[in-house]
Design a protein around this ligand. Structure first.
Ligand code: BG6
Length: 506
């Protein structure tokens, strides 16, 4: 029997895995800003290079900075070092509107220019509005779009609003923001980005769990002793001191990125891998996380701030010496947390979370540590190098999955020690994965909300961290220090040590 080999792209198209944006316009508010320049425009160019954008496509930039269409086109060219051929065409189609975000003129001009582009390019009425502005104007922009009717999908088209965290400063302000957006847009028009969900390896948590028969049966309190989630960064606050002072690690990382990764790790298998199936299960998982009560906060959470030190061979200043940071700042740059989950699958399995800036290594991982064997038949000396089994989902860098298990050390004596079985993305798949923004921008333009956060998820995640914010904000928790380049304060070791565990050294 002979087989006919199909080219890979034919196979892929047959399976409908290649998605392209339909004709449309991407309206970027905050078009003169850093996010647009650093992330959005390069991501669009890569989409165009991969032929995932149609010929009928344009960017409309909106911002307060005075600029002509040509200045904006130069800025688009400038954002990409080595552009593919399609980029020049998109630049040619694109225009810029200078104006205040709350001013009606800005939006009547936008409506008119969209009409011109749609008539001349045939982009249909597919409009994606990306709010790359400061969060304070999210509500204003949404309302102003509503006033000129741009919130409603045009005939045969779609109107979608893409926004980035922070979604509020706490649970109450997040609810206010949501109410403001919902005055004008339906929930299914709102695409809340958490760029962690755009990372291939975060999505791989779903594949690992639900495309394999061997992991899921072990994925519960029957076999798992505890879970450790680590989001470690080597960078400090860089140029964002002003912003970070109002945020801190709990708001910046735990409320969003950690909760997203955690919900995928903890969720039940969905009936189908689609937006509703996945998001329903994610929010259900988050609702099972026990909301800490104020009195227990000191026992389950540690907050700390980096001092000066050495990271990757360089001397670095302490947080309070960074630009835009108060010399008396009480903002945390490190959080360690112990959470509990009250449901059938996870009852009694502690979830330890830690995140920090200026740690020794940039690494994001989820480690599931298994229970000890019921009875270790080897003499103690023979198994000194043996630790409990662990399955580690390596989200970044060095993306992949590691399984730690015991093996016999070669030789006459019977010694057992840990070995690692490794799957590495880079080695298994040669194709470069799309970066998070590329993936998410395309999803938004295609209208696939699976990897975006629903309103109830945001609210539930805030609910979990709110008691910590309240206690910490009220001065009810000491702020510890840690040397830059260390793995955090010793209080974090005490937190996990109380349960007889240790933080992993990734
Ligand atoms: C952002 C935070 O959301 O995520 C930053 O605001 C942080 O403070 C960044 O540095 C980390 O993202 P990544 O993709 O580098 O892990």
């Amino acid at each position: 029997m002979s087989t006919v080999e199909l080219p890979v792209n034919v196979l892929a198209e047959g399976l409908d895995t290649v998605r392209r944006a339909p004709p449309g316009v991407l309206v970027v508010f905050g078009a003169s800003g850093d996010l647009t320049h650093r992330k959005l425009l390069p991501a669009l160019e890569r989409l165009s290079r991969r032929r995932l954008l149609p010929a009928a496509f344009a960017v409309v930039g909106v911002a307060r900075t005075e600029m002509s269409d040509d200045d904006f086109r130069d800025l688009m060219a400038d954002a990409v070092a080595d552009a593919g051929p399609g980029w020049a065409e998109i630049i040619k189609n694109s225009v810029y509107i200078a104006g205040e975000y709350a001013h009606p003129d800005t939006f009547s001009t936008l409506r008119d220019r969209l009409a011109e582009i749609e008539a001349s390019l045939g982009t249909g009425a597919n409009r994606t509005y990306y709010l790359a502005t400061i969060p304070e104007v999210f509500g204003d922009v949404a309302r102003a779009l509503g006033r000129v009717g741009l919130n409603a999908p045009g005939r045969g088209g779609a109107a979608r609003l893409v926004i980035e965290k922070p979604f509020g400063h706490d649970r109450a302000t997040a609810r206010d923001l949501d109410a403001a957006l919902h005055e004008v847009f339906e929930e299914d028009q709102i695409y809340r980005i958490d760029h962690y969900l755009g990372k291939e390896t975060v999505q791989n948590v779903l594949a690992l769990r639900f495309a394999n028969a061997i992991f899921e049966p072990l994925w519960s309190r029957n076999y798992i002793d505890h879970v450790q989630v680590t989001v470690a960064e080597t960078v400090g606050v860089e140029k964002r001191g002003n912003f970070y002072e109002t945020a801190g690690a709990l708001r910046d990382i735990v409320q969003n990125h950690v909760m997203q990764v955690l919900s995928l790790t903890l969720m039940e298998p969905p009936g189908s891998i689609d937006a509703q199936g996945i998001r329903d299960e994610k929010v259900k998982a988050l609702r099972s996380v026990v909301v800490p009560n104020a009195t227990e906060v000191p026992n389950i959470a540690v907050r700390a701030q980096y001092d000066s030190g050495w990271v990757e061979g360089n001397a670095v200043p302490g947080y309070r010496q960074e630009d835009g940071v108060s010399p008396q700042s009480q903002t945390e740059t490190y959080v360690a947390l112990k959470l509990a989950v009250d449901n059938w699958r996870w009852a009694g399995v502690p979830i330890y979370v830690r995140t920090g800036k200026r740690l020794p290594k940039r690494v994001t991982e989820v480690a599931l540590q298994f229970k000890d064997v019921p009875h270790l038949a080897f003499p103690r000396e023979a198994s000194r190098g043996l630790n409990p089994n662990a399955l580690v989902l390596r989200i970044q860098p060095d993306e992949g999955v590691t399984l730690r298990f015991g093996a016999k050390v070669p030789g006459q004596a019977f010694m057992v020690r840990d070995v690692l079985m490794d799957f590495s993305y880079g080695a298994a798949f040669l194709e470069e994965p799309p970066d998070a923004y590329e993936r998410l921008l395309l999803d938004a333009m295609v209208g696939d909300p699976t990897l975006f956060i629903r309103s109830d998820e945001v609210d539930t995640a805030w609910g979990i961290v709110q008691p910590l914010l309240d206690t910490w904000g009220g001065g009810g928790a000491p702020l510890s220090g840690y040397a830059s380049g260390s793995w955090g304060p010793r209080q974090a070791d005490t937190l996990i040590g109380r349960d007889g565990h240790k933080w992993r050294t990734p």
